[in-house]
Design a protein. Structure first.
Length: 94
């Protein structure tokens, strides 16, 4: 279940400065999450719903998630669609 006060969007903004054209996926337990602008193409590729969650910055952000066991197929679909993809590990509590 997505943490209602995730710090992933904050971490993603820091990573995005170095890799602005890359879709960022965050491994959280047995799932992978994508936030903000990354959530839309990932939701399309994974066939998962687009939701919103409150992050540690107090704002609502679009988010989607998929089981890590389906990750290879989702990542393959993302690359086939022309996206660069990075798998990230959240630092601290997600």
């Amino acid at each position: 279940m997505m943490n209602e006060r995730s710090n992933i969007p904050v971490q993603a903004r820091l990573i995005r400065r170095r890799f602005p054209d890359t879709v960022l996926l965050f491994r959280v337990g047995t799932h992978v999450e994508a936030w903000d602008s990354d959530a839309i193409p990932v939701a399309d590729a994974a066939g998962t719903p687009l939701r919103s969650a409150v992050a540690s910055d107090g704002r609502r952000h679009p988010v989607t998630r998929f089981a890590i066991t389906t990750g290879e197929g989702v990542i393959t679909a993302m690359i086939a669609a022309g996206h660069k993809v990075a798998i990230c590990e959240p630092v601290g509590e997600p």
